[in-house]
Ligand binder design. Structure first.
Ligand SMILES: Cc1cc2nc3c(=O)[nH]c(=O)nc-3n(C[C@H](O)[C@H](O)[C@H](O)COP(=O)(O)OP(=O)(O)OC[C@H]3O[C@@H](n4cnc5c(N)ncnc54)[C@H](O)[C@@H]3O)c2cc1C
Length: 416
C-alpha cells in the first residue's frame, strides 16, 4: 500500500457490515479511459470504485499504430517480461490506396485484443483492492465531503475526486462506418497479413456523386477479414445504410461471403467536453482526434498520469488542467480546423488530399495523426500539406480554413 497522500479519505466503513460509500476516486464509466485510470489508481494504493452499467469487454474493433500498441503494452504491463498474452495483433504492412495507386506507408498497424486488455485492467483494479458497481451515473456534484456521484437509482458514492469517463456526447460531425466480416479471395483489396488503412478508390462508382468514403480492412484472428466502408468525417453524418449498401455492392462484385454480424461505427468528432464537477478523461474530455476519431491508445496510456497527479494530492481543477491543458487545447483546435477542411471536400478532392498527405515525410503525417502532438508540429504538417497540394486543391483548403477561422472568431465590439 502506498503512503496516504494529503487530503485522502482515510477512514472507511467496514465493508462487511456496511456498503462502502466513500472513496479516494470514483470512476464513472468503464471504457478504455475509465478502466485505465481506475487500474492505475488502484495499483498506487488508492481506494477506487468504478461505476458502469456493465463490465463486458468493449465490443468495438479498436485499431491503432503498432508503435502505439507497443507503448500501451509497456505502460500497462510495466515491461516486456510478462506472461500476459499479447495486447493486440500487429500488421507489419499498412497500405493506403488512392486512384493514383497504392503505397505501403511504412508504419505498422495493430488491432487491440479487447478481451485481454479489458481483463488485464480489471485484474489490476481488483489486485489493488478496487471495486466495481453496476449502475448508471445520473449526476456529479461537489459538496463539503468531496465529489459526489448520484446513480440513477438514487445511491450516492463520494470520492475525493470523481473521474468522469462516460464517453463523449453525439457531436454534430461524426465518423461513420459499416463493417462486415468476410471470407473469399481478398487479393488486391487487403494486403496479405497486413492492414488496409484507407482505400479511396474501392468504393467510388462511375458517374455517381456520393459522399467521400474509404474501404478499411484487416485480417481477424478467426481467419475472416474485416472490411469497413467508412466516412472519415461528415456533418451531418453519413447514413449507415448508405455505407452498408456501398460495402455490400463491393462485397458482391468481389465474390466475397459475409459470415458474421455487421459492425456499426459512429464516432463523434466534435463532442463538447463533459462539464461535471469531476475530472473528465478520454472521450468525455474531448480527447478523440477531431479528424480521425482515434483515441483509444492515448486513453489507455493516460491512466498513470492521472493517477500520479491524484496520488500527489492534486485537486480536480489541477487534474483537469493536466488532462486538457492549453497545449492540448491548441492541438485540438488545429486538428479541428483540419477536420473542417475535410468536411468540405468531395470524393475526388478527398482522394487528391490523401495522395498528397501520405506523400509527405512520415514525421509530418505522423504528427498530424497524433492527438498528443505539439501544436507547432501539427501546424507545420498542415502547412506542408497545403504547399504540396495541386493549386486548385490548395485554394479550396485555404479558403475553407479562412472561413472556418472567421466563423469561430467572435465579431469585435461595435462602436457607436
Ligand atoms: C464503434 C467505435 C469504434 C471506434 N474505433 C476506434 C479505433 O479503431 N481506434 C481508436 O483509437 N478509436 C476508436 N474509437 C474512438 C474512441 O477510441 C472510443 O470512442 C473510445 O472507446 C473512447 O474511450 P472512452 O473510455 O473515453 O469512452 P467510451 O469507450 O465511450 O466509454 C464510456 C463508458 O462509459 C459508460 N457510460 C456511459 N454513460 C454512463 C453513465 N451514465 N454511467 C456510467 N457509465 C456510463 C459506457 O457504457 C462506456 O462503457 C471508436 C469509437 C467507436 C464508438
Amino acid at each position: 500500500m502506498c503512503p496516504v497522500p494529503p487530503g485522502r479519505v482515510a477512514a472507511h466503513p467496514d465493508p462487511v457490515t456496511a456498503p462502502r460509500s466513500h472513496w479516494d476516486v470514483v470512476v464513472a464509466g468503464a471504457g478504455p479511459a475509465g478502466l485505465s485510470v481506475a487500474a492505475a489508481c488502484a495499483a498506487r494504493g488508492m481506494g477506487v470504485v468504478v461505476v458502469a452499467p456493465h463490465l463486458r469487454p468493449w465490443p468495438q474493433t479498436y485499431g491503432m499504430w503498432a508503435d502505439e500498441l507497443d507503448a500501451v503494452s509497456a505502460t500497462l504491463l510495466g515491461g516486456p517480461a510478462s506472461r500476459t498474452p499479447p495486447l493486440g495483433r500487429r500488421y507489419p504492412v499498412t497500405v493506403v490506396r488512392t486512384t493514383a495507386g497504392e503505397r505501403d506507408i511504412g508504419r505498422g498497424y495493430a488491432r487491440l485484443h479487447n478481451d485481454v486488455v479489458h481483463g488485464l485492467l480489471l485484474d489490476q483494479l481488483r489486485a489493488g483492492g478496487g471495486e466495481t458497481r453496476r449502475g448508471s451515473v445520473a449526476a456529479v456534484h461537489q459538496d463539503a465531503a468531496g465529489q459526489v456521484v448520484t446513480l440513477a437509482d438514487g445511491t450516492t458514492l463520494t470520492g475525493r475526486t470523481v473521474v468522469d469517463a462516460r464517453g463523449g456526447g453525439p457531436g454534430s460531425a461524426q465518423q461513420r462506418a459499416w463493417g462486415e466480416q468476410v471470407t473469399g479471395d481478398l487479393a488486391g483489396l487487403v494486403p496479405d497479413g497486413g492492414a488496409l488503412l484507407m482505400d479511396w478508390a474501392a468504393l467510388r462508382e462511375d458517374g455517381v456523386a456520393q459522399p467521400p468514403a474509404f474501404l478499411y480492412g484487416m485480417a481477424l484472428d478467426d481467419g475472416t477479414t474485416l472490411l469497413e466502408a467508412t466516412s472519415l468525417a461528415a456533418r451531418p453524418p453519413v447514413a449507415l445504410p448508405h455505407l452498408r449498401d456501398r460495402l455490400h455492392r463491393l462485397v458482391a462484385d468481389a465474390g466475397l461471403r459475409i459470415v458474421d454480424r455487421p459492425e456499426r461505427v459512429a464516432i463523434p468528432l466534435d463532442a463538447a467536453v463533459r462539464r461535471s464537477a469531476g475530472v473528465p478523461v478520454g472521450a468525455a474530455a474531448g480527447l478523440v482526434h477531431p479528424a480521425t476519431g482515434y483515441s483509444v491508445a492515448a486513453s489507455l496510456r493516460a491512466g498513470g498520469t492521472v493517477a500520479d497527479a491524484l496520488l500527489a494530492g492534486a485537486d480536480a481543477a489541477a487534474v483537469r488542467a493536466l488532462v486538457r491543458g492549453a497545449r492540448q487545447r491548441a492541438s485540438l483546435g488545429l486538428l479541428g480546423l483540419g477536420r473542417e477542411v475535410l468536411l468540405e471536400l468531395d470524393e475526388a478532392e478527398t482522394d487528391t488530399f490523401f495522395q498528397t498527405f501520405f506523400s509527405l515525410p512520415e514525421s509530418a503525417w505522423v504528427a498530424y495523426l497524433d492527438v498528443g502532438s505539439a501544436p507547432t508540429s501539427i501546424a507545420a504538417a498542415m502547412l506542408r500539406v497545403a504547399r504540396a497540394l495541386p493549386p486548385a486543391a490548395r485554394r479550396t483548403l485555404v479558403s475553407t480554413a479562412v472561413r472556418t477561422v472567421l466563423r469561430a472568431t467572435p465579431a469585435g465590439p461595435v462602436r457607436g
